[in-house]
Design a protein around this ligand. Structure first.
Ligand code: SAM
Length: 396
């Protein structure tokens, strides 16, 4: 067995994914990154909606709620709250409930379990003490069944297990009144940083090509002081509905939701934007916590091609002299530096130096200067894996 295969087997990753990391980071760091991705990190980040409240006001409300929140000094609108854990979850005497990967990763951080996430719950009766396991057998949480196993397995609606113990505990800010009032948005540190890297100004016309659920689009509107326009396109009706809810909650009224396939926006008459935000679907290798990872060779190739289709349109719909912010939550070269090198070479976009640098420099690929792009590496930055590039269309 090769060392790639041994690492892949140990962490339940695909060999192709492990190879991607080893090729750029070497074996020791690849292991450290994969291992770091198992945990959610030490901090949970929030963005303050400065259209509605100051950071100090939000901090004092969070503290009144008993949360140990602190300002994150590197960015003016970021707050962080410590994540608790890891804790050992007792298995003995509890009936097993197997859940899908998404549900396992949510309850691992303390969320309750809902019926659509359940795969198997044989012999479980409402009121039983249960242990919750991922499809690969990771113990993620324990709790009390709220419905019978048969009803859980029907995967209808409703609370299936009230979670009482979990490996990690992330504060559930979404149940807070200040969340309902639109004072905060749950967002990772690199994602908050990326919109500061763009720094959209009041009066700008901004296009977000892959906008839902609206983290970056609403942040752009916030930095623009709700003056100008943010056209927020997504092709998923369900996700666009979540964007609409977030826009209403946050009061970012300049965000205009549009249901469309962004690969054809140039043909639909869109153009002349001061800035374009492009946060396309990616292989999500950097998303934490990650119990295992199943994306393989074909995914990396097809996603990289898909991302290029958006880049091609971004280069057309941004005005000459305008900016394109490109971000992903993944660590593969082909979805990051290789795509940016392609955009520089084939689309005549130019890389721009980033004014906020909190990650590491990227990798030199083709015409891409390593210091012009930034990467967040989970073993170093206590953040999800993330990539940020800022490009400019040259003036005509
Ligand atoms: N930027 C968002 C934020 O900060 O909240 C997250 C975007 S998520 C990484 C990628 C989004 O791209 C998904 O909502 C997905 O529905 C959307 N998407 C995928 N293919 C698309 C397409 N062809 N046109 C428009 N949106 C697309």
């Amino acid at each position: 067995m090769s060392s790639y295969e041994a690492l892949a087997l140990e962490f339940c990753w695909t060999v192709a994914a492990v190879k991607r990391l080893v090729d750029v980071y070497g074996m020791r760091r690849a292991r450290a990154i994969i291992s770091a991705l198992r945990s959610p990190g030490r901090w949970h980040f929030l963005r303050v909606n400065t259209l509605k409240a100051s950071r100090e006001e939000v901090l004092s409300e969070l503290r009144e709620e008993g949360l140990n929140a602190e300002p994150y000094d590197e960015l003016p609108d970021a707050i962080r709250i410590p994540v608790q854990g890891p804790y050992k979850v007792e298995v003995r005497g509890r009936k097993p409930v197997y859940v899908d990967k998404a549900a396992a990763e949510a309850v691992y951080m303390g969320a309750d379990l809902y019926a659509p996430g359940v795969l198997r719950a044989e012999g479980v009766k409402a009121g039983d003490e249960v242990v919750i396991l991922s499809p690969k057998g990771h113990v993620v949480a324990a709790g009390v069944a709220v419905m019978d196993g048969e009803e859980m397995e029907a995967r209808g609606r409703g609370l299936a297990v009230k979670v009482t113990e979990s490996v990690y505990k992330v504060p559930s800010v979404r149940s807070l009144d200040l969340y309902e009032r639109g004072l905060i948005y749950d967002q990772s540190l690199p994602s908050i940083l990326s919109v500061h890297v763009l720094s959209p100004k009041p009066g700008w016309r901004v296009l977000d090509m892959c906008a839902a659920p609206g983290g970056k689009a609403t942040h752009a509107a916030q930095l623009m002081r709700n003056d100008g326009e943010v056209v927020a396109v997504d092709r998923s009706p369900r996700r666009l509905e979540r964007l609409r809810e977030n826009v209403a909650r946050l009061g970012t009224s300049i965000v205009k939701p549009v249901l469309a396939d962004s690969r054809y926006l140039d043909l639909m008459g869109f153009g002349d934007f001061d800035a374009v935000i492009l946060d396309p679907p990616c292989s999500a290798m950097g998303v934490r916590p990650k119990l295992y990872y199943e994306r393989g060779e074909g995914d990396f190739k097809s996603l990289s091609n898909y991302q290029r289709q958006f880049l091609r349109v971004a280069a057309k719909v941004v005005r000459p002299g305008g900016l394109v912010l490109y971000t992903t939550c993944t660590l593969t070269l082909e979805e990051n530096e290789v795509n940016i090198a392609w955009a520089v070479e084939k689309l005549d976009l130019r890389l721009v130096k980033q004014r906020y640098l909190l990650g590491s420099r990227g990798f030199k690929v083709g015409g891409v200067e390593a210091s012009c792009v930034q990467r967040f590496e989970p073993d170093v930055h206590d953040a999800p894996g993330f990539f940020i590039a800022l490009l400019k269309r040259p003036k005509a």
